[in-house]
Design a protein around this ligand. Structure first.
Ligand code: SAJ
Length: 436
């Protein structure tokens, strides 16, 4: 069975299914199709599969022309039917792993995909989970379902984990040139999974087990969350010491070794950094271990929006104003620069709190034309000199490259800058600037 699959991979005749056609699954499907495989995307969202069949891409990093060419060449197709698995030799599962309301892992997407893949599994099928999740997921969620259906792992079917490393908007790193970690349930599982990914990825990084592969991704993103938490706490400490944290960070950044620059901000957003480490701490809790760095970083990072609101309140107070009744303009609501994604964005927390304190709040974000916040729809207001001058406070949450910060500083009266976007000397008559 293993040799038959390896031969198919060698001859580029292996047919691959990708379950979950989001910002991870679609680029993966496209890369394999461009490498010459026949790829079928499976997604529960018919609008996604229909768009792909029309040759349209809904992922900014993938051009529609690329999808059109691959669909026309018969290399790429998409369906909502898991039955397509019957004609596939391998399947990569790239479904979301969010948090639920109590900030615990929401495994429902992985479980429904595992159940559907098991229902359509056949002899010789290679199953790879790519979704970021806690160590133990592949052997606790996928493996038992396959075994209960009578499949012998490493003999009838093959099972592996390979963390996704897609960085949306990254112009330099894509699927092919980002090394891919792969761990298998058995040595034969690892061998076939590594052979498959070699088709689309230049560098494969074999690891010894499923858990090791799951843990690599969590280390990568916990590393970021903890270091961002550290630098956010540095910002709080520098404020107490009346030191400019941005100056300190710039100067520390001149150390040519043994240091990696992170910058404070209004909090952390996105679908990875605020969430992935909590999958790890949740799992460790079940093993009676407290992941203190993760919990502390989360405590600091998730309180940064509150700190920003305090900065706004103190700055207005200096001008004899309260937040209540003040006209406030927020610049940028996306979770990071130059993207349109607002998931877990700290900007939403800041907006919510300012509204709760009865400010009249508007926002401008060139990448986010409209926003639904607590059931209310807001639209991005035109950014004019008048709007800046009228605002009692302008709050910089996301430092998109599109902003002309000198112009903003010239027309605003009060600027609360959470990204050190506005640098350099104050122009005559420019805004009072309060920094994080
Ligand atoms: N942030 C800071 N200070 C920093 C860096 C980030 O406050 O020094 C904030 C950002 O504003 C954002 C959040 O943290 O709100 C997350 O930022 P991020 O730069 O980590 O970007 P993400 O969430 O898009 O993370 C992705 C991840 N990629 C994958 O999971 C495959 C992460 O592993 C990458 O390292 C990161 O992109 C990247 O380097 O761009």
């Amino acid at each position: 069975m293993k040799q038959a699959l390896l031969d198919k991979i060698q001859r580029r005749q292996v047919r691959l299914a990708v379950v979950g056609l989001g910002y991870v699954g679609l680029p993966l499907a496209v890369e394999f199709a461009q490498a010459g495989l026949t790829v079928v995307g499976i997604d529960v969202d018919a609008s996604k599969t229909a768009a792909i069949m029309r040759g349209e891409s809904y992922i900014p990093d993938i051009a529609s022309a690329t999808v059109t060419a691959l669909v026309r060449a018969g290399r790429l197709s998409a369906t909502t039917e898991y039955a397509a698995l019957r004609d596939c030799d391998a399947v990569s599962i790239c479904v979301p792993t969010p948090l639920n309301k109590t900030r615990d892992p929401d495994m429902s997407y992985v479980i429904s995909a595992a159940t559907a893949v098991t229902a359509h599994a056949h002899t010789g099928l290679l199953i790879v989970l790519e979704s970021t999740t806690y160590p133990g997921t592949t052997e606790e969620v996928l493996l038992p379902r396959l075994q209960a259906a009578g499949w012998r792992i490493g003999q009838d079917v093959f099972l592996a984990f390979s963390p996704e490393r897609i960085d949306p908007g990254n112009q330099h790193y894509g699927v092919r040139n980002t090394p891919k970690v792969v761990g298998g349930a058995t040595p034969d599982c690892a061998e076939v999974a590594q052979a498959l990914y070699q088709v689309a990825v230049d560098v494969i990084v074999p690891v010894s087990s499923l858990r090791a592969a799951e843990m690599v991704k969590l280390l990568e993103n916990t590393f970021r969350a903890v270091n961002i938490g550290l630098v956010n706490e540095m910002a709080l400490m520098c404020a107490k010491l009346d030191v400019n944290v941005w100056e300190v960070i710039e100067a520390a950044g001149t150390k040519p070794y043994g240091y990696m620059k992170f910058t404070p901000g209004p909090g952390i957003g996105g679908h990875c950094i605020p969430i992935d480490p909590l999958y790890l701490s949740w799992k460790l809790k079940s093993l009676n271990y407290t992941a203190r760095f993760i919990e502390l970083a989360d405590a600091i990072n998730s309180r940064m929006p509150e700190h920003v609101v305090t900065l706004v309140a103190d700055a207005l107070n200096e001008a004899g104003r309260a937040i209540n009744g003040s006209r406030l303009l927020v610049l940028g609501v996306a979770y990071k620069r130059d993207i349109d994604d607002v998931r877990e964005s700290p900007g939403l927390d800041v907006l919510t709190e300012l509204l709760a304190r009865k400010a009249s709040v508007s926002y401008h974000d060139p990448h986010v034309p409209r926003l639904t916040l607590n059931g209310q729809v807001y639209t991005s207001q035109p950014l004019t000199a008048e709007a800046l001058a009228e605002a009692d406070g302008v709050i910089i949450i996301t430092d998109h490259s599109a902003f002309d910060w000198a112009w903003v500083r010239q027309h605003a009266r009060l600027l609360v800058d959470t990204r050190n976007a506005v640098r350099g000397a104050a122009p005559r008559g420019g805004a009072r600037v309060v920094r994080l």
